[in-house]
Design a protein around this ligand. Structure first.
Ligand code: NAP
Length: 288
């Protein structure tokens, strides 16, 4: 592309940002749409996050993505926050408005679109959710909002599982999240579940581990969805497949959170063929 006086800038703020795949998603979309737009990663030190958001607005940036560790902290400096992001308590996308940025959460709609594109349903399902960190908390909101019939939320520290379950149940007005200690997984009912893996166990470089290593647990899973995408074939996925289930990694979630952000910045809808083409570019880049 030619950068000229009309080029709009979007970017990613976080720490670290050096290994991000987001520029590939957004710059590919800009090229395919012939938008005069460029997307750049910005490494921001902790004490500079509010200054970075103000500076980005002053520099007329069209929008930003926000990644670890700033998804909650960034909310302070925004002029408006979308209702879903407010409930989840995390913002990963800033959209330029009159007077400042509005915050959105596209991670959860991204996961929903990624799951739907694979034909995975949440509505009416009994779900095992592993983890109670930032990502799991958002997944718990998604499951409640999309009318899962029951979600067993298993976490190493039971206090965190209880806190997340209490908050999500209260904020959604649905009593569907049941907290459990991770070590109590053998108490799960004897049936088949959709399981969403939202812990950081198995993430590169610690790729030889899964959060639960017991074969009997994986008998209970018909579909396993790992939020991790580095590596693309996790040990959790391997366990699910070995017991006859279907397994998916988190790359499509990454793709769709980016696509939804791009839609918000440009006020467009990205057609599914375009999303599929960007996914191919992503897969080629990482060699899968
Ligand atoms: P986080 O807030 O740090 O939470 C980490 C979670 O993992 C907690 O529930 C923690 O349990 C659990 N955990 C860590 N080490 C453990 C161990 N040894 N045994 C058992 N449980 C352990 O992280 P996060 O932001 O929620 O991210 C979680 C994962 O989701 C990461 O791998 C990240 O890459 C992935 N993710 C993917 C996408 C995507 O676009 N695909 C987006 C967001 C996140 P305790 O509470 O007991 O410590």
């Amino acid at each position: 592309m030619t950068i000229d006086g009309y080029t709009r800038t979007c970017g990613l703020i976080g720490n670290p940002v050096e290994h991000t795949l987001s520029p590939l998603i957004h710059n590919t979309l800009a090229k395919k749409f012939s938008h005069n737009l460029v997307y750049v990663p910005f490494h921001v030190d902790e004490e500079k996050i509010q200054a970075a958001v103000e500076g980005a607005y002053a520099l007329n940036l069209l929008g930003l993505n926000v990644t670890v560790p700033y998804k909650s902290q960034v909310m302070e400096g925004l002029v408006q926050i979308d209702e879903l992001a407010e409930k989840i308590g995390a913002v990963n996308t800033l959209v330029r408005m009159e007077g400042g940025f509005k915050g959105y959460n596209t991670d959860m709609p991204g996961l929903y679109r990624a799951m739907s594109s694979e034909g995975i349903q949440i509505e009416g399902q009994e779900i095992i959710l592993l983890g109670a960190g930032g990502a799991a908390r958002a997944v718990a909101f998604l499951c409640a909002a999309k009318n899962a019939s029951k979600v067993y939320l298993l976490n190493r520290s039971i206090e965190k599982a209880q806190a997340v379950a209490g908050e999500v149940n209260a904020k959604t007005g649905k009593n569907v999240i049941y907290p459990m200690a991770l070590s109590d997984y053998h108490q799960l009912p004897d049936q088949k579940f959709l399981a969403i893996q939202a812990t950081s166990v198995g993430l590169y470089p610690d790729t030889e581990r899964a959060v639960i290593e017991d074969e009997a647990f994986y008998h209970k899973i018909h579909t396993g969805y790992d939020l991790i995408y580095k590596p693309f074939h996790t040990r959790f996925m391997q366990h699910v497949k070995e017991q006859g289930g279907k397994a998916y990694h988190g790359l499509k979630m990454l793709l769709y959170q980016g696509i939804i952000a791009y839609e918000l910045w440009n006020d467009i809808a990205v057609p599914e063929e375009m999303a599929a083409a960007v996914y191919e570019v992503l897969k080629e880049k990482i060699g899968i």
